[in-house]
Design a protein around this ligand. Structure first.
Ligand code: HPA
Length: 257
């Protein structure tokens, strides 16, 4: 098969590649453990698909082996990743069903391995994350949405919690004051690890619910999966178009240029 050009990391409710043709499963062994991926094609582009929580959603956000996943993508020579994530909304403009191409995050995780750097590599370890999401990949997703006539929000701040519980109403009020727009449990450290490896990374967040205290009812995972299911087709179309519209050469600084 041709060089793998890009990868999709599917979040909650996005467990099957859907848009991949001629696909096969592959296990990649890394120093951090194994990662199971599906390798296939989107038109003539070689694409890997990684369901973040496993096919049956057997892994919770705090149990995910983010390092094995990202390392495996690098082993496959992948330079660009489009990730999806289900999120609760803190921003009144982002109603359930909205797609948000996030551009910032605030990290409230507590106990996850956050980095590939473990010893005194000071110069390399302090990476710049002023702009954590790749501007070029974000641009291809926005252009893809325009082409498809799909509404997307350009930019939003993803607050990442440790989970697996949902938030308290007070936490959500605090996140709003801090500038958060959506809340989820998986953005970090995935985006950080991608940047440490010089991989361009974008995140399309799908609003599945109003966040705790804004929602008129108690939050459930069933609600999240149901809204994801109803929106998965437009998400697939967006990602496919976004992948096909990517520029051949990157001019961004994600790879540390
Ligand atoms: N909070 C955290 N994670 C989530 C939510 C939420 O409201 N919705 C979907 N994932």
């Amino acid at each position: 098969m041709a060089e793998i050009n890009a990868a999709i990391i599917g979040g909650s409710g996005f467990y099957e590649p859907g848009i991949l043709a001629d696909f096969r499963e592959e296990t990649v062994t890394t120093p951090y453990g194994a990662a199971v991926l599906t390798l296939g094609k989107v038109d003539r582009m070689a694409v890997a698909f990684l369901p973040r929580h496993g096919r049956n959603h057997s892994l919770l956000p705090h149990q995910l082996n983010y390092r094995a996943n990202l390392w495996a993508l690098r082993e496959l020579g992948i330079k660009r990743v489009i990730a999806t994530a289900a999120v609760g909304s803190i921003n009144q403009r982002f109603t359930p069903g909205s797609l948000v191409i996030v551009d910032q995050f605030i990290d409230f995780t507590k106990q996850r391995p956050l980095t590939f750097f473990e010893s005194g590599e000071t110069n390399r370890a302090h990476i710049d994350l002023t702009e954590p999401y790749c501007p070029e990949l974000r641009h291809s997703l926005k252009a893809a949405a325009a082409k498809l006539g799909l509404a997307v929000f350009d930019g939003g701040c993803y607050v990442c919690t440790e989970g697996p519980r949902y938030e308290t109403a007070a936490e959500v009020r605090a996140f709003k004051i801090l500038g958060g727009d959506v809340v989820g449990m998986t953005a970090v450290p995935e985006v950080v690890l991608a940047r440490e490896l010089g991989i361009c990374y974008a995140n399309v967040s799908i609003v599945t619910n109003w966040a705790a205290g804004i929602s008129p009812h108690a939050l459930t995972h069933a609600e999240v999966v149901e809204v994801m299911r109803n929106n998965q087709e437009k998400l697939r179309l967006l990602i496919k178009e976004g992948l096909l519209g990517m520029a051949q050469e990157t001019g961004c600084r994600c790879c540390g240029r």
